[in-house]
Design a protein around this ligand. Structure first.
Ligand code: LAC
Length: 217
């Protein structure tokens, strides 16, 4: 095996807003802003804790961010908390995820997840989505969040590959930046037509995972 395709989990393979999607009617008119706040606080906590030299696992931060969103949007009923957390453990995979993973593996490339998610969260998400990968790597092993290089090094250590033999796939532009800084080839899955930021440009910018086979063909 001379190449690995490594995927970010949340937002790339799994739809982070699917949790609120299942409870949209109950959440009310602020549902989307509430979900955006939940996601942005979840990420912010990973960055600020890592900068401060601290670590709490991603499930703890996911719950803490959800508590913040409830405090910020009083219109959303706090009784939804256990249901939203339960749904977060079994998020929908994007429709293109299973096919992309299958096709890459069939061609002989290794496939993996590298995620900030805790091992418990990732095992639950992979099982619920019925996807198959060669490795599911969590930053929990090093207790430092992406985009720190120690997190991306979990991939090269696991597969014993040089960074240039890894194609890192993420819908999070900041994650693509971290992966490129580490030396990975990068594919930014820009599902939401977001503007370019950070630089230098990723090796590929795709609207979904279907273009990955052509990229590496
Ligand atoms: C992850 C988050 C950051 O899966 O999307 O690592």
């Amino acid at each position: 095996m001379s190449r690995a395709f490594v995927f970010d989990a949340y937002g790339t393979l799994f739809a982070v807003h699917a949790s609120i999607g299942r409870h949209r009617a109950a959440a009310g008119p602020d549902a989307d802003r509430f979900s955006d706040m939940w996601r942005s606080k979840q990420l912010e906590y990973t960055w600020t804790l890592t900068l401060a030299g601290r670590y709490d696992d991603f499930w703890t931060l996911t719950e803490r961010a959800l508590d913040f969103a409830f405090a910020r949007f009083s219109s959303v009923d706090k009784a939804l908390k256990p249901k939203l957390l339960e749904a977060y453990l079994a998020l929908d995979a994007f429709p293109d995820a299973r096919t992309a993973l299958h096709d890459l593996k069939a061609r002989g490339d290794a496939t993996a997840i590298l995620s900030n998610g805790s091992p418990k969260m990732l095992a639950a998400a992979v099982a619920a989505a019925k996807i198959d990968l060669d490795a599911v790597l969590s930053v929990d092993r090093v207790r430092i969040y992406k985009p720190r290089p120690e997190a991306y090094a979990l991939v090269t250590d696991h597969f014993r590959l040089a960074p240039a033999q890894v194609v890192f796939v993420s819908s999070n532009r900041w994650d693509v930046m971290g992966a490129a800084t580490f030396g990975f080839r990068t594919a930014w899955i820009n599902r939401a037509s977001m503007p370019e930021e950070y630089g230098p440009a990723p090796h590929a910018v795709l609207t979904d995972l279907r273009g990955l086979m052509a990229l590496a063909g």
